[in-house]
Design a binder for this molecule. Structure first.
Ligand SMILES: NC(=O)c1ccc[n+]([C@@H]2O[C@H](COP(=O)([O-])OP(=O)(O)OC[C@H]3O[C@@H](n4cnc5c(N)ncnc54)[C@H](OP(=O)(O)O)[C@@H]3O)[C@@H](O)[C@H]2O)c1
Length: 249
């Protein structure tokens, strides 16, 4: 089914995990995809993997200079964005008593400030009927050991999504967020935890999921594609948890 034929999708952080799976989902449904990464080598590798309808460029969601240049970088590739998926991100874990200002700034800069201004800088290319999906997290509704800053930054993302939905209602642009539960991606490798701590954490988390498994990135991708499609034409300002029941049960 080519539900997104003729549409252009912009995904931040499209070289791995949820972002890459979402790129594949939209490509499979006939769209063109533009994605970002922090590294040129990852852009090139991912372009090869995704094929000719996917193009990437380097833009770090945590660097103000890159955010400021986002509109002009985007217009090198397209004059229209139909769907924006604000996805780029990572988590850091440390107890509240040991958290540093640097950890706070890194996560808030990338997730909250980066997400807010990514949407603002993409908007000039978005017309009536287009839509935005922010990637939040279920940690906005639950506490996680060592995850205080990440939870706070993702809570900001969830409310940024709602505020955009409110202010863009007159432009007929729908805005929603998704809140993934634990998903099997590079996310835990990127958190900088020692191997043993990482494996223990993953096992503990798995036991907390009613479905007793990590989700797959494509299960998030399908939800993003649903929200971006006309099937979700009356949904805006919403957050959908895709988490194997972790928060609901
Ligand atoms: N996996 C989970 O359990 C889970 C749960 C809830 C929410 N999430 C959220 O899902 C999103 C994607 O994570 P993932 O699980 O797919 O992890 P992942 O496999 O590590 O993918 C992260 C992606 O984001 C990009 N990225 C990271 N920092 C960036 C920055 N400053 N600027 C631009 N791109 C950046 C990475 O690209 P490069 O390395 O090429 O720069 C990569 O493409 C994140 O926002 C994360 O918080 C994940």
């Amino acid at each position: 089914m080519n539900k997104f034929e003729g549409k252009t999708i912009f995904i931040t952080g499209g070289t791995s995990g949820i972002g890459k799976a979402t790129a594949k989902e939209f490509l499979d449904q006939g769209a063109k995809v533009i994605f970002t990464s922090r590294k040129q080598e990852n852009v090139e590798k991912t372009e090869k993997e995704l094929g000719e309808n996917a193009k990437g460029f380097v833009s770090d969601a945590g660097k103000w200079q890159d955010i400021e240049n986002l509109t002009s970088k985007l217009t090198n590739h397209t004059d229209q964005v139909d769907v924006l998926f604000v996805n780029a991100g990572f988590a850091g874990f440390s107890p509240v008593t040991e958290t540093t200002q640097e950890e706070w700034d890194n996560q808030f800069n990338t997730l909250a400030k980066g997400g807010f201004f990514t949407a603002q800088k993409t908007l000039p290319l978005m017309k009536e009927g287009s839509n935005i999906i922010f990637n939040a997290s279920i940690v906005t509704d639950m506490a996680m050991d060592g995850g205080a800053v990440y939870s706070a930054a993702k809570s900001a993302v969830k409310h940024i999504s709602k505020s955009y939905a409110n202010e863009l209602k007159g432009n007929k642009i729908r805005v929603n967020s998704i809140s993934p539960g634990p998903i099997g991606t590079n996310f835990y490798n990127e958190a900088g935890l020692p191997d043993e701590q990482k494996e223990n954490m993953k096992e503990q988390i798995k036991q907390q999921v009613p479905m007793r498994r990590f989700g797959e990135a494509k299960e998030i991708a399908k939800t993003v594609a649903f929200l971006a499609s006309d099937d979700a034409s009356y949904i805006t300002g919403h957050d959908i948890q895709v988490d194997g029941g972790m928060v609901q049960l």
